[in-house]
Design a protein around this ligand. Structure first.
Ligand code: GTP
Ligand code: MG
Length: 135
């Protein structure tokens, strides 16, 4: 089996969508191995988003992720990394497919960062690295 890091980001928590998002994950059949509410500090987020350092959306992204708690989930199942990213939909919520978390619950709020409700690791290497950072 495989594990991934899923985050319900601050917009998802603030909008009261944690339950709806967890419902989709559970209905798909993945296993919740661990789950907690986290108020990350800047140091944790710099580690998590190291690949985006220097990009125009980097500082707004960190500010957004510091704006409130996230729910961190250790999720398990065969091919869960690609499976959760399929559930989440593409990065831009405006055009993410209906039926996905981002497509059904997300939109463009006119902000400098795309508030897109969830994060999911994008490879086994990322998953191992990110799970160590958050858990
Ligand atoms: P994650 O699952 O959160 O990692 O999303 P992703 O893999 O679909 O996106 P990526 O890792 O490329 O970017 C991380 C986060 O930065 C995204 O989820 C967005 O919140 C934000 N972001 C990424 N690309 C852009 C962009 O082009 N413009 C803006 N404004 N924000 C972006
Ligand atoms: Mg990513």
């Amino acid at each position: 089996t495989e594990e991934t890091l899923v985050l319900v980001k601050p917009d998802g928590v603030a909008r009261g969508l944690t339950g709806a998002i967890l419902h989709r994950i559970e209905a798909k059949g993945y296993a919740l191995v661990d789950i907690k509410l986290v108020e990350p500090d800047r140091d944790l987020l710099e580690q998590h988003y190291a690949e985006h350092a220097g990009k125009p959306f980097y500082e707004p992204l960190l500010d957004f992720m510091l704006s409130g708690p996230s729910v961190a989930i250790r999720l398990a199942g065969n091919r869960v990394i690609e499976g959760f990213r399929s559930l989440a939909g593409t990065t831009d919520p405006t055009t993410a497919a209906p039926g996905t978390i981002r497509g059904d619950f997300g939109r463009d709020w006119g902000l400098k960062v795309q508030q897109n409700l969830v994060h999911g690791s994008d490879s086994p290497e990322s998953a191992a690295r990110e799970l160590q950072i958050w858990f």
